[in-house]
Ligand binder design. Structure first.
Ligand SMILES: Cc1cc2nc3c(=O)[nH]c(=O)nc-3n(C[C@H](O)[C@H](O)[C@H](O)COP(=O)(O)OP(=O)(O)OC[C@H]3O[C@@H](n4cnc5c(N)ncnc54)[C@H](O)[C@@H]3O)c2cc1C
Length: 598
């Protein structure tokens, strides 16, 4: 086999906030680190994060990490692991200061302190008045963070493989993960990256749904790689729909708009959130606001000629606030809708946004899988962090501003744990040939000669183009696994996604589209998305209760007795297993489940 092999202490797959924060920790400790990214690092999806990152600094309203923890546990609908949530919320204030010292240009208050805006689900004193906890760099916080982290990594001499596509994880005979096989998107060259430790930080899978806020690169590759390596995915039924995507298009209008005082109205001009969440109103948590919008539309109070959206009103904030605090939102609205929000409201609709589930990890970022009855086992040397991982700090519903926090806190924690691991793991091990062969076979399907049947069979009903199948998958997921779900519709969804998987066996990429290797990449991405789609819809069909973002019309009530547990989906036999929620916090009293009202 004639493939270039490179060896590193750690392979980080993904150059978003999670991957870059982990890599920086490792490079500072003189570990030899490779970061592989399918796009140039500063194009990673973290760059799109708008509203900000949560930390109980108390710069605007009194605050405390313990209140942040309470809000996060409540926001998760009690499915979040309380030890991991405590760890994240306690670490948040120091994490912000550290980012500031790295050079993140946070917006400022008059007194020079870091600016903080109110976001959904934030409270003072365990459910009291609204808190302002989200640290922001205008409405371009992710951009500021990602560029800063990238620059710091360049300074620390992290090694980057830019525009390389990671295809699959590589293992030794014992099953330990020891790096990955990757594909140079520009040249088609394959490379084996051997590593003593591997961190998956490949982000979410928003491309599963037709209307979404995500970049086209968010195809769940790392999660699918984990599935193929025999690792289950946790809590995949919980997919967040953000209440305010641009209607019909999907681009995000940050919750920061409502944090600054914007609010939603229906066709009667009514501020309808006052009925659904009398206390928090438009700043109730995202699952609550998304459901309220869907109900308003279903009951005929939507806006526009088709009555298919509601309006986000912010003109009353005044042009100074909009220009200073929400310049990106104004740009988006002007560019995609021709609407200036200084003068007119923005049409919005709930849009697929965030993957709450993912690769199961503990709070060190180590990948953990169930073993025996009720036990768990760490997979040595394998880590995951960021949106592809499930620590689980978001449970059934993520609070806005908690993902940027998650990626930096757990990216750093994984980096620290890897540094310790490397102290007792000095040598590279021998890779098993069969996993290399399997990964190569997946790649070769799309290589010269292309996986393209002759023209006749391409035109037959038996073959499907990759873009055509992707569209079908996104449509099915939107129709069968959306904001409101039922047994019948989900069961149809499972069947349809299985059919799409079968059709993928007959998928082709056309001659002209392979002039650029991106067509091959799109085929590999679709294969990944299909597996994530199955994981999502099968897990959703099985959960017979409503909790957080998983809203079952046929099981309307949250059922703590039967369902306060994490799901684990295995790819090979579509099997589901369950494990208990960590209800015990690290050092404080647990927050027991109670009715969730805002
Ligand atoms: C529009 C928008 C706005 C948001 N705003 C906020 C906000 O204000 N506050 C907040 O807390 N959260 C926000 N979020 C969520 C948050 O931005 C993301 O959850 C977070 O940035 C994900 O970071 P990550 O490091 O896990 O992954 P990403 O930033 O998505 O990075 C993934 C990386 O993996 C690489 N990759 C993926 N697959 C492969 C492969 N096969 N081979 C090689 N490389 C691969 C990519 O190239 C990329 O470098 C927002 C999300 C969206 C969509």
């Amino acid at each position: 086999m004639n493939i270039i092999t490179r060896k590193f202490d750690t392979l980080v797959i993904g150059a978003g906030g999670a991957g870059l924060r982990a890599a920086l920790q490792l490079s500072h400790a003189d570990a030899k680190v490779a970061v592989v990214s399918k796009v140039f690092p500063t194009r990673s999806h973290t760059v799109a994060a708008q509203g900000g990152m949560n930390a109980a600094l108390g710069n605007v309203t009194p605050d405390n990490w313990h209140w942040h923890m309470y809000d996060t546990v409540k926001g998760s609908d009690y499915l979040g692991d309380q030890d991991a949530i405590e760890y994240m919320c306690r670490a948040a204030p120091d994490t912000i200061i550290e980012l500031e010292h790295f050079g993140v240009p946070f917006s400022r208050l008059e007194n020079g302190r870091i600016y903080q805006r109110p976001f959904g689900g934030q409270s003072q004193n365990f459910g009291g008045d609204q808190a302002a906890r989200t640290c922001a760099a205008a409405d371009r916080t992710g951009h500021a963070m990602l560029h800063t982290l990238y620059q710091q990594n360049i300074r620390a001499k992290t090694h980057f493989f830019d525009e390389f596509f990671a295809v699959d994880l590589l293992k030794n005979k014992a099953g330990d993960v020891l790096g990955a096989i990757a594909y140079d998107i520009e040249t088609s060259e394959k490379i084996i990256i051997e590593a003593k430790t591997t961190l998956i930080a490949t982000g979410g899978a928003g491309q599963l749904f037709r209307t979404n806020t995500n970049a086209s690169i968010n195809t769940g590759d790392g999660m699918a790689m984990a599935l193929r390596a025999g690792i289950p995915l946790q809590d995949m039924e919980f997919f967040q729909f953000h209440p305010t995507g641009v209607a019909g298009k999907g681009m995000l209008i940050t919750e920061g708009v409502r944090g600054e005082g914007g609010y939603l109205i229906n066709c009667d001009g009514e501020r309808f959130m006052e009925r659904y969440a009398p206390h928090a109103k438009d700043l109730a948590s995202r699952d609550v606001v998304s459901r309220a919008i869907a109900i308003e539309i279903r009951e005929g109070r939507g806006c526009g000629s088709n009555k298919d959206h509601v309006l986000l009103k912010l003109d009353h904030l005044g042009s100074d606030v909009i220009k200073k605090r929400l310049p990106g939102i104004r740009d988006t609205s002007l560019t995609f809708l021709g609407i200036d929000p200084i003068e007119e409201p923005i049409p919005v609709f709930p849009t697929a946004h965030y993957t709450m589930g993912g690769i199961p990890t503990n709070r060190n970022g180590e990948v953990v899988v169930p073993m025996g009855i009720g036990g768990e086992e760490v997979i040595p040397g394998l880590y995951a962090a960021g949106e592809c991982a499930c620590a689980s700090v978001h449970g059934a519903n993520r609070l806005g501003g908690n993902s940027l926090l998650d990626i930096v806190v757990f990216g750093r924690a994984a980096g620290n744990h890897i540094i310790d691991f490397l102290k007792s793991h000095h040598y590279h091990q021998i890779l098993a040939d069969d996993c290399i062969d399997e990964a190569l076979a997946r790649l070769e399907r799309w290589e010269n000669p292309l996986h393209k049947q002759d023209e006749e069979s391409n035109n037959s009903s038996e073959s499907y183009s990759v873009p055509q199948l992707k569209e079908e998958l996104q449509q099915v997921m939107e129709e069968k696994c959306g904001v409101f779900r039922t047994e019948k519709v989900l069961a149809e969804g499972v069947e349809k996604v299985k059919q799409i998987k079968d059709k993928f066996e007959h998928a082709y990429i056309t001659d002209h589209s392979v002039i650029f290797n991106t067509a091959r990449v799109e085929a590999l991405e679709l294969e990944n998305l299909i597996e994530i789609g199955l994981a999502t819809v099968i897990s959703a069909l099985a959960r017979k209760e409503s909790r957080g973002a998983h809203s079952r019309v046929d099981y309307e009530i949250r059922d703590d007795e039967s369902w306060m547990k994490h799901s684990l989906y295995y790819m090979n036999d579509h099997r589901l297993n369950y494990k208990p929620v960590h209800t015990k916090a690290l050092s404080v009293d647990t927050f027991p489940p109670k009715e969730r009202v805002y």
